[in-house]
Design a binder for this molecule. Structure first.
Ligand code: GRF
Length: 190
């Protein structure tokens, strides 16, 4: 099982995947849609190949995703793991990798989809929030849920403190789920 990670930002989740010995060897590519994003340097430091693209250079999303697919097929990637990839996945990738694209989101979906989920939860005053790992469909943070972990709000904590606790959950949960998904498929094949 070979995996590709799509990320646009800091890459702390990418880092957590690479720190997990069971997954690290399966990750063959980082796809990034933001030249200059910190995650690119992280991938280079780990010796992971990077495909850095500028979506605006492509006339359509289909053309943009076709470039990615060509690379994924060349590397024989089985899975796409989104880790802070700030772009909706289009039909071209979805049809090619049906049931093989997974995302992590910093809330208990379906609550607080989209941007700034931690801030949305913080301001709303909910007593619990958390992290969701889910399959990707055409919507924004809408696909079938694979795993969720709740955390209780601590009275008086700042948004930044809540964010740090959410990130700590993400960094543990995502590598574990990825490991299980890849392991299950490998067992099915045996
Ligand atoms: C994470 O909170 C993830 O849940 C969301 O985007 C953020 C990415 O952070 N989809 P990082 O780049 O992995 O630090």
């Amino acid at each position: 099982q070979r995996a590709c990670v799509f990320a646009s930002g800091t890459g702390s989740n990418f880092d957590a995947m690479m720190q997990d010995k069971k997954n690290a060897g399966s990750i063959v590519l980082l796809v990034c849609d933001k030249p200059g994003a910190a995650v690119i340097k992280k991938a280079q430091d780990y010796g992971i190949e990077t495909l850095v693209l500028e979506p605006k250079r492509y006339a359509t999303k289909q053309e943009y995703e076709a470039v990615i697919i060509e690379k994924l097929q060349f590397l024989e990637a089985d899975w796409i793991f989104l880790a802070g990839y700030m772009r909706l996945i289009g039909e071209t990738l979805l049809s090619q990798y049906e049931g093989r694209i997974v995302n992590i989101h910093p809330s208990l979906l379906p609550a607080f989809p989209g941007k700034d989920a931690v801030g949305q939860a913080y301001r709303s005053g909910v007593s619990k929030t958390g992290v969701t790992v889910h399959y990707v469909d055409e919507g924004m943070d809408t696909g079938p849920i694979i795993a969720q972990e709740e955390i209780n709000r601590i009275p008086g904590e700042t948004e930044e403190q809540l964010k740090m606790r959410i990130q700590a959950v993400e960094h543990r949960l995502y590598p574990n789920v990825i490991n299980q998904l890849m392991q299950n498929v490998t067992e099915e094949l045996l």
